[in-house]
Design a protein around this ligand. Structure first.
Ligand code: SF4
Length: 278
């Protein structure tokens, strides 16, 4: 399998700096004093101590003997990145998509056909978040358009909504090969764009479809049975996790549990179930 061009340490460093620039995190590695001058109170709460600094030399970079540890790049942990993203002012879905570009930030770009950014109402009250694109999504560049997508459409319509009224996206935006689960580093690399999407849309409720989405947003490694069907807080928005439609295709007996979960969401949104047509 072609693993793509081998980057020199300098090219890797430049790629990382571009990535941080894309996320408006340049202030952290260029001049932290500018952050202190920002008027936002949240900015003042972010201490530099919350931003661990990588003190290992990058692979392939020769260090002088007895050299002191060198701060090569700041590595913003998930919690602090979460905070920082509050400061992406005037963000829009178009801008986030533009920042992604023809993304090569993780290995999932190597075999993808199309980036699946997400689609639907940019002011949706309800957002569904899945794991990642499958074959059909990769071909079409649209989220949830395969068999599992058709089932999701039925679930949405049963709630009295249409796909156009909600927003549908995934944690990772490129198809994992063989539909495998995305690796932790792939989730960590791609999920900041999901966080930004959710911040821009500002829905009333988020439904995580499956374990990967729930773990990424709730920052947990618990199994889905520990939190499925319960309300959680995601940065002030109610979040509920349920089974992925692909799981329901394999385990149709679980549809009843999912319907109970969706009824909780409907109650929160003040929705009436769609009346069965005669
Ligand atoms: S999965 Fe996300 S981070 Fe990885 S290449 Fe695709 S868009 Fe970029």
């Amino acid at each position: 399998m072609d693993s793509g061009p081998t980057l020199t340490p300098r090219e890797k460093l430049e790629a990382w700096l571009r990535y941080y620039d894309d996320l408006n995190l340049g202030a952290f590695y260029t001049d932290r004093r500018t952050m202190a001058k920002r008027p936002s109170t949240r900015a003042a709460e972010i201490s530099t101590a919350a931003i661990p600094v990588m003190r290992r030399p990058m692979a392939g970079v020769t260090q002088p003997k007895n050299a002191p540890p060198v701060s090569v790049l700041p590595v913003v942990n998930a919690a602090s990145l979460f905070e920082v993203l509050d400061h992406v002012e005037g963000d829009t879905l178009e801008r986030i998509r533009g920042d992604l570009g023809e993304c090569t930030r993780c290995r999932l770009h190597e075999q993808r056909n199309k980036i699946v950014f997400g689609q639907g109402n940019p002011r949706a009250e309800l957002v569904f978040v899945g794991e990642g694109p499958g074959h059909d999504e990769d071909v079409q560049g649209l989220a949830f358009v395969g068999r599992a997508g058709k089932l999701l459409t039925q679930m949405i319509e049963a709630m009295g909504l249409t796909r156009e009224q909600v927003y549908i996206c995934n944690v990772v935006k490129c198809r994992p090969p063989e539909n495998r689960k995305p690796e932790d580093d792939e989730v960590a690399t791609c999920s900041p764009y999901l966080f930004r999407q959710l911040d821009v849309i500002a829905p009333k409720a988020i439904v995580c479809l499956g374990l990967t989405a729930a773990q990424a947003l709730l920052k947990t490694k618990d199994s889905i049975s520990r939190f499925r069907g319960e309300w959680f807080d995601y940065r002030g928005t109610k979040l509920l996790a349920t089974y992925h439609p692909a799981y329901l295709l394999r385990n149709p007996n679980a549809k009843g549990e999912v319907w109970k979960d969706l009824q909780k969401v409907m109650a929160h949104l003040g929705l009436q179930p769609k009346k069965a047509s005669r």
